[in-house]
Design a protein around this ligand. Structure first.
Ligand SMILES: [Zn+2]
Ligand SMILES: [Zn+2]
Length: 84
């Protein structure tokens, strides 16, 4: 991998833009997660368990050895980022 100092001006700028875009994406994701959670709360859905899924009725995140970021439950398979 190229060292930071070896990057051209264009490459450095590209990284800066990527960084800004991903920071924006993180913010969006957080907003969507918060919205999803309060939507479920409003209809009385809030399990005591931690790491329940915001996208399906999966009760808690089950870690998969081979795909550590993906829930191992067959009915879920959603990423850890949508488990609250
Ligand atoms: Zn799950
Ligand atoms: Zn799920």
């Amino acid at each position: 991998m190229a060292k930071q100092a070896d990057l051209t001006g264009d490459q450095r700028e590209a990284f800066q833009k990527n960084e800004a875009d991903f920071a924006e994406l993180d913010k969006q994701l957080q907003k969507v997660r918060d919205g999803a959670r309060s939507r479920l709360r409003e209809v009385g859905y809030e399990p005591d368990e931690s790491q329940w899924c915001l996208r399906c009725a999966c009760p808690n995140f089950e870690r998969d050895h081979y795909h550590p970021r993906k829930c191992a439950r067959k009915s879920c398979q959603h990423l850890d980022t949508v488990h609250f």
